[in-house]
Design a protein. Structure first.
Length: 169
């Protein structure tokens, strides 16, 4: 099964294909030029932006507690026959990332169990994923996901500058 190159959602039927990429919807397909441009960002420019962003103040707590990266936390809640779960990503410092992971662990432990059968099956998985993330030591290297976000940010700025250039002339 393939997944959307823009939002990561699984594509069961249909979707759109452009230059070897797949998108779940027309809205996601609109990001295609951005993704193409992001792939072409030269590595020295990428490296400079990654380093700069890693060292800057945390977007969440506005402080410098260490390197910025992408931190995931996982949630699940249930109501009898309905269970919903999700993974959220934050660009922030490790301290802020851990706070979210801790809150999500409590969230799952309180609200996850009350659905059958998915609540009982998914809740331990989501709790384990949060605990694993909490225990992971801080990496000296930026994650691939962080680099990808920086790539897209550079590409977005470039495309914006390009599209606004004729208007300012
Ligand atoms: Zn999508
Ligand atoms: Zn922070």
């Amino acid at each position: 099964m393939s997944s959307c190159d823009q939002c990561g959602k699984s594509i069961l039927f249909g979707g759109r294909k452009l230059d070897g990429r797949r998108y779940c919807s027309a809205a996601c397909a609109r990001a295609h030029p951005l993704l193409e441009m992001a792939d072409r960002v030269p590595s020295d420019i990428l490296q400079r932006h990654v380093d700069e962003w890693r060292r800057s103040a945390c977007p969440k707590c506005k402080q410098n507690h260490g390197a910025i990266d992408v931190h995931e936390h996982h949630r699940v809640h249930s109501l009898v026959l309905m269970t919903q779960w999700s993974t959220r990503r934050n660009v922030c410092c490790r301290r802020c990332g851990r706070r979210e992971q801790l809150l999500s662990t409590l969230y799952c432990a309180t609200l996850g169990w009350w659905g059958f059968p998915w609540g009982l099956l998914v809740t331990p998985v989501q709790i384990a994923r949060n605990v694993a993330a909490l225990c992971k030591s801080d990496s000296a290297q930026p994650s691939a996901r962080f680099e990808q976000i920086v790539r897209r940010q550079i590409a977005r700025r470039y495309l914006e500058a390009q599209s606004s250039a004729p208007a300012t002339r």
